[in-house]
Design a protein around this ligand. Sequence first.
Ligand code: PEP
Ligand code: MN
Length: 373
Amino acid sequence: MIIVMKADVPSDSPEVRRVIDLAQNFPGVTTELHQIQGATRSLTEIYLLGPTGVIPTQPFEEFECVEKVVRITEKFRSIGRHGGGLEAVGFEYKGVQFSQDSFHLFPGLCAVDSPENVDAMFAALAQHGIVTSRAGAYKPRTSPYDFQGRGAACLPSLFDTAGKHGIRIISMEVTHESHLDEIQEALAAAGHPTGVIVQIGTRNAQNFELLKAVGQQTELPVLFKRGMGITLEESLNACEYVASGGNRRILFCLRGMKTQLGEPHRNLVDFAHVPVVKRLTRLPVCIDPSHSVGSRTRAPDGLLDVFHITAQGVIAGANAVLVDFHPRPEEALCDGPQALLLEELPRLIEDVRIVREAYQARIERVAGPAADG
Ligand code: PEP
Ligand code: MN
């Protein structure tokens, strides 16, 4: 059971204390306090754990400071909306807000290769006022003979260069829990010039021990990629491992499904699930068009498939886009064929702006008096 307090009731207020005292009067019931940054306000929620099925909601609803009492369903306890009873939550990291209403582009390198390419990438982002990027140091490759990423060795210069160009957040995959320490140590040694969102790649979506480790640390938020060959429900349950470990600063990322039915694309694009994930969970939803498409093929209308597919996710309400770029894709050590060129960045920004505005116009229309869905 979750008791949602009225807007801006602080978690250390006497009102919250009185609700907790009442809850703890019920045998076997314990409480957990959560302070959550919503899209427009800060929320305090009190989680009642234990045999709550027999607890009546009414005594809690009678408190002036309580907005509502929500009985949690079995599924997706930490990330779920529980039948629409809970609103979406967001979080702030390095001064950047993430929620089901926000929107950010994360253009960047699939993998860090050379300091020159990192510098060129971040400089291009800075020129367009973008502060969120991606860069892989630990790469989960299909073949052991392929480039595995530069690992911890590249972190000092990566973080310094990010700081130099005002990049506030880098999304970076970890494939082993020791990478969490390596990243945190390198950030500290560099004086925190930037931040890292820890990416769980599709291949590790059900690596439960890694998910627990990532969930138990709360310094770095998490970008959780849907498993490529499991159901959406299985992926959401896997994502619960992160949230139930204590880290609720999560973006859920769609990146296409592995099936030959998606050919000639690398994966079958699944961005129809953007509104589904927003309905089932409280999490902001990211899309990755690069790993969905896997190539630079272009439609007869002149737009790259990556642009078309990005638009499909954005028109459906995606909150973030992770997209591969490379200054010299032919030299990239990983996923060069799908990388966009730096000179394509302004066109992508403009295309995404058009589509995001169309999405916002659509939702304003349903919110208006002539709402008809
Ligand atoms: C990546 O984003 O670099 C990546 C490997 O993606 P995925 O886990 O979706 O394949
Ligand atoms: Mn890649």
